[in-house]
Design a protein around this ligand. Structure first.
Ligand SMILES: Cc1cc2nc3c(=O)[nH]c(=O)nc-3n(C[C@H](O)[C@H](O)[C@H](O)COP(=O)(O)OP(=O)(O)OC[C@H]3O[C@@H](n4cnc5c(N)ncnc54)[C@H](O)[C@@H]3O)c2cc1C
Length: 405
């Protein structure tokens, strides 16, 4: 093992690939180990806010990601049963003028493909598929890794970007299974052309209702509509990105909701089940030459649509720390210190947002509109979202650290 060996990233998901690309662009050799034996298009929509798109643009991916995305005009709040509509915020040019970067709505598979291609172009052979990390040991000079295919490898530092069920986190800090957050989700895609004209709009909608909410937004230049519904449940054990449900099961969950929702559900060919998992955000991510990023250390409910954006920010800040500090253990401590407060806040505020989106007050025909008027004032909206979107991962100051503890 040598401290001259490449940096290892475990997991070729969104955060791992952004970290890899940002490191390679800074002249640092990186190997990415991914458990999947092939990279397939799994998943559906992701929302990329200015804090995430700013990073993708700085990595040289702006045009490529914009081409596969939808640039929404704005977002709206709608009441689950009457469909009454409120403006949440404007996007499009407003996002660029206000936050210095666009807001894109993208299919995870499309974004993932662009990141894979960019990493492969920057360092051919960097992504090793079929490598599931099972164990590692670290010494003063490096990290030795073991994979389920029998392979071993050495690195100067290792970063677990291995998602919500992170093996790296488990080995570092012990078993902390993700908790089911009492919210079950449906996810589906609808070809926009199947929908009535009034639903073929380039806006995102947050439908709010007692005990559940639905988010819809356009993807792929408006050719697809992404549908994600979160419903409070006490028993829903599905823990997969690929578990299919039936249309009848999904439709049964939206009896009493507005016709627009029922219309969208009727056109989802395969609705997928998804359990929302969470965990108290970790306050310590780094031990010596090993650290974590993304869902591995701060899985979140999706109510602020920040899961992918946080992983993207992490990747950039990590690369800046490792590029600027030759002592990797110190650099990883600096990365953790730079990121832990913001990501913990986002996770906590996403959980709080669920209470607002699902509030029992929304069941009261007389009081529901007043509740939305009160809870979504322009001032409250700015306070909730402004600090998220204005963050600049390329410029945020890196804290001075004495050294790893
Ligand atoms: C297949 C898939 C589909 C998704 N679809 C959606 C979606 O439609 N909408 C949405 O909002 N979010 C989706 N997500 C989650 C979203 O990508 C993340 O919440 C967010 O982007 C944070 O990214 P991350 O890099 O931390 O983790 P992820 O993007 O989850 O990536 C983690 C990666 O680590 C790999 N991995 C895990 N364990 C090991 C191991 N032991 N050794 C090596 N590799 C390992 C995984 O295979 C995966 O590629 C999906 C995630 C996955 C993995």
């Amino acid at each position: 093992m040598s401290s001259q060996a490449p940096i290892a990233i475990i997991g070729a998901g969104i955060g791992g690939l952004v970290a890899a690309l940002a490191l390679i662009q800074r002249g640092i050799a990186v190997d990415v180990y991914e458990q999947a034996s092939e990279l397939r298009e799994v998943g559906a929509g992701l929302q990329l806010a200015a804090n995430g798109t700013r990073v993708l643009i700085s990595l040289g991916l702006g045009e490529a990601v914009e081409n596969i995305s939808c640039v929404p005009e704005g977002k709206e709040v709608r009441l689950y049963n009457t469909g009454q509509t409120w403006k949440l915020f404007d996007l499009g040019q407003t996002s660029v003028e206000k936050y210095g970067a666009p807001y894109w709505m993208s299919h995870r598979g499309d974004l993932h493909r662009i990141l894979v291609d960019a990493v492969e172009a920057a360092r051919p052979g960097a992504i090793r598929l079929g490598h599931k990390l099972t164990a590692f040991e670290q010494s003063a000079s490096g990290v030795a890794m073991h994979f389920s295919n029998g392979a071993t490898a050495a690195a100067s530092a290792m970063v677990g970007a291995d998602g919500v069920h992170s093996a790296v986190r488990q080995i570092l800090f012990g078993d902390m299974p993700a908790q089911f957050m009492g919210v079950a989700a449906w996810r589906g895609l609808v070809p926009m052309e199947r929908l009535p004209k009034h639903l073929q709009r380039l806006v995102g909608c947050n439908w709010v209702g007692p005990g559940g909410h639905v988010i819809t937004y356009p993807l792929r230049g408006g050719k697809l509509l992404n549908f994600v519904a979160a419903l409070e449940r006490d028993n829903w054990a599905v823990d997969s990105w690929t578990e299919a449900g039936t249309q009848a099961e999904c439709a049964a969950d939206f009896v009493g909701w507005h016709d627009d929702i029922q219309e969208i559900v009727r056109h989802i060919d395969i609705p997928y089940k998804w359990a929302l998992l969470g965990r108290e955000p970790l306050q310590k991510w780094s031990v010596g030459r090993v650290s974590l990023l993304g869902d591995a250390c701060h899985p979140t409910l999706p109510m602020l649509a920040q899961g992918a954006n946080m992983a993207i920010e992490d990747g950039m800040v990590l690369a800046r720390c490792l590029a600027g500090e030759p002592d990797v253990a110190k650099a990883l401590k600096q990365f953790e210190t730079a990121r832990v407060e913001r990501t913990s806040q986002i996770v906590r505020r996403s959980t709080e947002a669920a209470k607002r989106f699902h509030n029992p007050a929304l069941a009261d025909p007389a009081g529901a509109a007043a509740y939305v008027d009160r809870e979504w004032t322009p001032e409250k909206i700015e306070a909730r979202y402004g600090w998220l979107f204005e963050y600049d991962a390329m410029e945020t100051p890196l804290p001075a650290v004495q050294g790893p503890d």
